[in-house]
Write a new protein. Structure first.
Length: 306
């Protein structure tokens, strides 16, 4: 019976001509209701927005640091080299050029540069003035990998190539960079979860107060046949408003952080990540508004049976 009534209602609604002026008036009334709800909340607005702004600021700062750390890691991967020392050339299939080409074919290898033992020895003699000593140095290949995470894999592949005597790279530096990246990424994940939980809880409690203060008014609207979305939308807009304003406030400290990170990048001669500040700002605005709206929606679902 209810299903047939709903279907009949939809069919009738399709044939009713739309009055766009009426639609605009309804939209105006919804916005006005949202503004009135914010006014009713009073001084609590300041507490809500300040608390949410502090939470979002922590997220924004950590996110901005993560982007810079990713740039440092990428640059480290670009300059970090594996030094591959070759055995004396005893056959054509184990010549430096052949080994160089084989290493080039390994996945994650960006480039391979050959430095012959003669070139290395000439540089060494010019630096230390040792002219009457036989050349003890081997031919060396400088191998660059796309990411520090892939160095271990590339080393294992190089070891299986005949003609390779030994190799070396800044292993400790790579391990420390990987640990630091994992710590920051894990921290940011937990900060997002905590930010979402706190934001939704704050908005949930606030909207609950608004619902209680408007309980009689909402009951009257329901008895008059006012649609559910007309009752829900102003409350959802209120939560989104809190999230948006808090995000705007949270953006302000990022200007100082941005200036600080730019100086750090200049000091280490590492380019600043492109559009990093814009990405963080957009993420803050989206996350703040979305979490605010979600908190309102959950509160409506829990405390307002419409």
């Amino acid at each position: 019976m209810d299903n047939s009534r709903q279907q009949l209602k939809k069919q009738v609604k399709k044939h009713i001509p739309k009055d766009w002026l009426c639609e605009l008036r309804i939209a105006y009334r919804i916005v006005k209701e949202a503004v009135n709800d914010i006014k009713r909340t009073g001084i609590i607005n300041l507490v809500i927005i300040t608390t949410m702004a502090a939470i979002l600021t922590i997220f924004g700062v950590l996110f901005r640091f993560t982007l810079s750390l990713s740039t440092f890691a990428n640059e480290l991967g670009n300059v970090l080299e594996i030094s591959v020392y070759l055995k004396p050339n005893t056959s054509a299939d184990r010549s430096p050029e052949v080994i160089k080409n084989r290493i080039k074919d390994i996945e994650h290898v960006k480039s391979v540069t050959l430095k012959t033992k003669e070139e290395s020895w000439n540089s060494f003699k010019q630096e230390y003035g040792m002219h009457d000593v036989a050349n003890p140095l081997p031919d060396t290949l400088r191998v660059r990998v796309d990411k520090p995470d892939n160095i271990k894999y590339v080393c294992e592949q190089i070891k299986s190539i005949s003609g390779v005597d030994d190799m070396g790279y800044a292993e400790e530096l790579v391990k420390k960079m990987q640990i630091l990246t994992k710590v920051v990424n894990t921290s940011m994940f937990f900060v997002i979860i905590i930010s979402a939980a706190l934001t939704i809880t704050i908005i949930n409690n606030t909207i609950q107060l608004v619902i209680q203060s408007r309980k009689e008014e909402i009951e009257i609207m329901r008895l008059m046949g006012v649609s559910n979305w007309y009752i829900k939308t102003p409350l959802i807009m209120q939560g989104a408003f809190y999230g948006f304003i808090s995000s705007v406030i949270a953006v302000l400290p990022l200007n100082w952080i941005q200036g600080l990170l730019i100086e750090v990048h200049k000091f280490f001669y590492i380019p600043n990540p492109i559009y990093a500040q814009n990405i963080v700002i957009i993420a803050l605005l989206l996350i703040g508004s979305t979490f605010g709206a979600i908190g309102s929606f959950l509160s409506i679902k829990k405390h307002l049976q419409v």
